[in-house]
Ligand binder design. Structure first.
Ligand SMILES: [Zn+2]
Length: 70
């Protein structure tokens, strides 16, 4: 499955969309799902409906870590 959302960079304040494929091996999902049209985030951990997300800002490359509710 796919999760997505918007996040504002903690460094340059640029708002950008992100997405991530979850609950499947990343290397399998990459070929199965044709709709990878946003910067891909990494799910570090999932705990009780909350995803802990890491993504590099597409503008300044700063690592952003935030939580995303399911
Ligand atoms: Zn940034």
């Amino acid at each position: 499955m796919r999760i997505d959302g918007k996040h504002t960079c903690i460094d340059c304040s640029r708002e950008f969309e992100w997405m991530s494929l979850v609950a499947q091996p990343m290397n399998a999902a990459r070929y199965k799902v044709a709709t990878i049209d946003k910067p891909q985030a990494r799910v570090v951990e999932k705990r009780e409906g909350t995803y802990f997300i890491n993504i590099f800002c597409p503008q300044c490359n700063r690592l952003n870590s935030f939580e995303h509710e399911e």
